[in-house]
Design a protein. Structure first.
Length: 300
């Protein structure tokens, strides 16, 4: 059996979310942006979802975006941080994001908004989602992708290398859109779709960006992070590098967030299926030969 590397400290991640819960609304703009993108996809689906799971619900704002669509029946919100599990009219449960304690074929849809970049075993989690979905149930999730915060990562790494002669793990490794598309099919989900979108946010300086990350509960929770306080000089130098390389015309800085969205469906007999190789009843060449515009020499 393949051993999954332990990249994240789940206790530290839960602690970060616990601390963020009290003031999360003031820092939830990125969650709202990601939730709106999921809501846009659900809106065009000609389906209702009587029982749903919101995995990593934070304060429940994804459901606040989905419920006005009139397609969501009942929702269970799941959170690793108990401070977020206030219910707000739904059933709330507290458990780790990587382990789903639900019966097979329980849900018509499983949603997750801006959480799964903190999961060590994303393929394994998608397989668990497949198991708890009813036939023809929807898996719709998004999370931060590999191009997120490349400006911050580069600035901190260069500053540390310059000042202390080495680099500590600071920013979580995130999935690349080129790698995650196949994960949906590997998990046994049908009709897979993977896409990415970039959100760029401007800040007056690097320290305001870091404040927002703390407010979101998105600060460093890597298992291999340094337990020693970082020198102030490292942060000051990183802020200088950030402004020099990624500064805006107005004197601020830009920060990039890549949102990767995965869509898949639990298999069902009613779903469209690709034709078997070799089962076509006509050749493409037959149509090309009848079309004078398709002449490779360009002659009419």
């Amino acid at each position: 059996m393949t051993t999954v590397p332990k990249l994240f400290d789940s206790l530290a991640h839960r602690r970060n979310r616990q601390r963020a819960a009290a003031s999360y609304e003031a820092f939830a703009f990125l969650k709202d942006e990601a939730a709106l993108r999921l809501a846009d996809r659900v809106e065009v689906m000609r389906r209702d979802f009587p029982l749903c799971l919101d995995l990593g619900a934070h304060d429940g704002r994804l459901m606040q975006h989905l419920e006005p669509l009139g397609k969501i029946g009942h929702a269970i919100t799941a959170e690793p941080a108990a401070a977020f599990a206030t219910g707000k009219g739904t059933l709330s449960v507290v458990h780790d994001l990587a382990s789903l304690p639900y019966q097979p074929a329980s849900f018509d849809a499983v949603f997750s908004c801006l959480n799964l970049h903190w999961v060590d075993d994303l393929p394994g989690l998608l397989m668990q989602i497949r198991q708890i979905l009813k036939p023809d149930g929807l898996c719709l999730v998004n999370f931060l992708g590999g191009n997120s915060l490349f400006e911050l990562r580069a600035s901190l790494a260069e500053a540390e290398q310059e000042i202390i002669g080495g680099v500590h793990p600071r920013c979580a490794p995130m999935a690349d859109i080129r790698d995650v598309g196949g994960l949906i099919s590997r998990a046994g989900l049908a009709l897979p779709v993977a896409d990415s979108d970039r959100v760029t946010v401007t800040y007056p300086d690097m320290f305001r960006l870091m404040r927002d990350l703390r407010g979101m509960g998105e600060q460093n929770a890597l298992a291999g992070r340094s337990r020693q306080p970082t020198r102030r000089s490292v942060f000051m130098r990183a802020a200088e590098i950030y402004a020099e390389r990624f500064g805006c015309a107005d004197g601020g800085i830009s920060a990039s967030f890549e949102l990767i969205t995965l869509t898949g469906w639990a298999p069902h007999a009613s779903q469209q299926k690709p034709l078997r190789p070799g089962s076509a009843k006509a050749r493409l060449q037959d149509f090309l030969e009848d079309d004078p515009k398709a002449d490779p020499a360009g002659q009419q």
